[in-house]
Design a protein around this ligand. Structure first.
Ligand code: DC
Length: 231
């Protein structure tokens, strides 16, 4: 492929929870003038809706109830210039704050394992990336959503490093969580993401690995520039 800057491509960023995928994908999108799409936010938004509309009882998901709700869940993204990225709305309500709580993080794996949820969200994601010029982050972008993406990046980092980042992020927002709770949530999501029957998290054969454990954001971008100029 020629690296003609006028030829827009699809960049798929997959990897483990709390690896900094969104931060990285957002920086890459801003750098290239591309649109950044956070697909995890979509699974979180469906989870929030399910939670607020009685599809969970004592933390257990009633799949049939959720599937019956799907036609009523209207998700859209609206650009927020302060964040330099799009915020997610459900039924016209801004839900960026609500979807990032530990409560939603603990329930999202059950929702993202439901085939019908994935089928619908994947169709929306494919539509959003149809004209290319997107950086999309998630778990199955390079394997399922855009298996022909011109550039696939698979991000990983040590679970302890990821937990510390998430701890700093959540406590900065005033959420009361312990480090132990976060480590447990990350380990559990790693396991569930990799072992679910439908579209499990795995590195696409042609993805390039970025282990950003000891890297600064500046170093991540230097890494990206090198990779981007080599494709
Ligand atoms: O990236 P995140 O942590 O915000 O994602 C939330 C959850 O959604 C994550 O536990 C796995 C799921 N997910 C998925 O199954 N497929 C995607 N493309 C994105 C996220």
């Amino acid at each position: 492929m020629s690296n003609n800057p006028n030829k827009k491509i699809v960049i798929a960023v997959d990897g483990f929870s709390s690896c900094g995928k969104s931060t990285f994908a957002k920086m890459v999108a801003a750098h290239l003038g591309y649109i950044f799409i956070d697909t995890g936010a979509m699974y979180r938004a469906v989870t929030l809706y399910a939670l607020e509309h009685g599809a969970f009882t004592n933390g257990i998901l009633d799949e049939d109830k959720l599937i019956a709700m799907l036609d009523d869940i209207h998700i859209d993204f609206r650009f927020n210039p302060e964040r330099g990225a799009s915020d997610i709305y459900v039924g016209g309500e801004w839900v960026e704050g609500k979807i990032r709580t530990i409560e939603v993080s603990n329930l999202v794996s059950a929702v993202s394992a439901v085939g019908e949820v994935r089928r619908r969200l994947v169709a929306i994601q494919q539509q959003m990336g149809r004209d290319k010029g997107v950086v999309m982050d998630g778990r199955d972008i390079g394997t399922v959503v855009f298996p022909d993406a011109e550039l696939k990046i698979f991000m990983t980092a040590d679970p302890e490093v990821r937990a510390e980042r998430r701890y700093i992020e959540l406590t900065a927002k005033g959420e009361e969580v312990s480090r132990e709770e976060i480590v447990e949530n990350i380990r559990q999501r790693d396991y569930l993401d990799q072992n679910r029957a439908i579209s499990p998290l795995r590195k696409a054969d042609d993805a390039i690995v970025l282990d950003n454990g000891g890297m600064s954001l500046k170093e991540e971008m230097e890494w990206f520039d090198k990779v981007f100029s080599s494709i």
